[in-house]
Ligand binder design. Structure first.
Ligand SMILES: NC(=O)c1ccc[n+]([C@@H]2O[C@H](COP(=O)([O-])OP(=O)(O)OC[C@H]3O[C@@H](n4cnc5c(N)ncnc54)[C@H](O)[C@@H]3O)[C@@H](O)[C@H]2O)c1
Length: 360
């Protein structure tokens, strides 16, 4: 194996230019950063900002791989509707992939990627971030050690400041110092054909993935959901109820209608046969109360947002053969199944949807 990684970023818009490209440029074990965007201007703007030669800009992964056979991995950071074809192109080119959330919009697409990666011996790392936080990692250790016993019920809630994005006004979402290179386009999170949904695919995806990561063994069997778009074309308020294949039950609720300055919440509260654990990715709060009386509490604080860690983990996969902490086959696929079923249920007035029917 080479001692430096060669990685392509596919989709060089807001998030890639904010998180992934800076993390790659600064990473001591990355030797080559290649930019791929179907819009050549987007790749060139990112290249100019980060002093990447324009010779390393391409409009497809196939071209990039042909010009740079040493390419080992691709980070898929396109708009949601393009995750599936872009990740497929990268896997077809023999590349390991880091896929931004949601893995895909539809469960069948996610399953096809999982199967393709398995057939080619390639790895899929999902770009989720919250589980790297120390309090979430602590919750995971305790749950894996059996402290709360068998998970019977999970209450998940996420509230965030996404309404302007869902309405198609990214300029109102712009941070005080401006976007690093570009913001998302008005269509990125507001047009159903591009975004594949609203608060569900944008935010509940974090929540569901955190639940599946913390409570390994859970997988949705039946989902029922209601969604409210407020004034957007996509969902802004979501309420979902899930029966898992283990018999465990879960609720996932979310609002995108907070205002700047409110840290919001991304809270997973797991109840087991021996006690409960609550952990919040935005506030860092951790609380455990076991049936035997043991309690632990870490108060709300500002844990920060570990935006650069997925790149570091991906480098470990490429150079050291490390296993993904959030594999596509579990955290990616199971999350898409839940969200795909929830969207179908909401479209049918809350009728229960069987996950197995997503594959028919
Ligand atoms: N983990 C996080 O905290 C976080 C935060 C923000 C965004 N994201 C995710 O990052 C991804 C990108 O979001 P964004 O806001 O940067 O979007 P964006 O609209 O700013 O950028 C998307 C880019 O993808 C390009 N693109 C579209 N289809 C393509 C294709 N088939 N091949 C190559 N390029 C293609 C577009 O030209 C555009 O430049 C989304 O999945 C989003 O959910 C993650």
């Amino acid at each position: 194996m080479s001692d430096k990684a060669a990685i392509a970023v596919v989709g060089t818009g807001w998030w890639a230019t904010t998180a992934h490209i800076p993390a790659l440029i600064e990473h001591p074990r990355v030797g080559k950063t290649i930019l791929v965007d179907r819009n050549p201007d987007a790749a060139r703007a990112a290249a100019a900002k980060y002093n990447i030669p324009t010779a390393l800009c391409f409009t497809s992964v196939a071209e990039a791989k042909a010009a740079h056979p040493d390419l080992q991995g691709a980070i898929i950071a396109t708009t949601h509707h393009a995750h599936s074809p872009a990740a497929k192109d990268a896997l077809d080119a023999g590349l390991h992939v880091l896929i931004e959330k949601p893995m895909t919009i539809y469960a069948r697409e996610a399953k096809a990627l999982v199967d393709l990666a398995a057939a080619r011996g390639l790895k899929i790392l999902m770009g989720y971030t919250f589980p790297y936080l120390p309090t979430v990692a602590q919750a995971k250790r305790y749950i894996d050690d059996g402290l709360i016993g068998d998970v019977e019920y999970v209450a998940c809630s996420m509230s965030s400041v996404t309404y302007d994005l869902l309405l198609g006004h990214p300029e109102k979402f712009e941070p005080a110092g401006g976007y690093a290179v570009t913001g998302p386009t008005p269509a990125t999170y507001s047009e159903p054909a591009v975004a594949g949904g609203g608060q569900g695919v944008l935010q509940v995806t974090h929540l569901a993935a955190m639940m599946f990561h913390l409570a390994s063994g859970l997988r949705a069997e039946t989902v029922t959901a209601f969604m409210n778009n407020l004034k957007a074309k996509v969902d802004v308020i979501d309420a979902m109820a899930v029966r898992m294949t283990t018999g465990a039950l879960a609720t996932l609720g979310s609002s995108g209608n907070l205002r700047p300055g409110d840290p919001g919440s991304v809270e997973v509260h797991l109840h087991g046969s021996k006690g409960r654990i609550l952990v919040d990715g935005f506030t860092g709060e951790f609380f455990m109360h076991l049936h035997d009386g043991r309690q632990e509490h870490i108060a709300r604080h500002s844990p920060g947002y570990p935006a650069a860690i997925p790149v570091d983990q991906f480098v470990g996969i490429l150079l050291d053969g490390a296993e993904p902490l959030f594999p596509g086959a579990v955290d990616g696929l199971y999350t898409v199944e839940l969200l795909d079923a929830a969207a179908r249920s909401a479209a049918q007035g809350g009728m229960p949807v069987q996950v197995r029917d997503l594959y028919v």
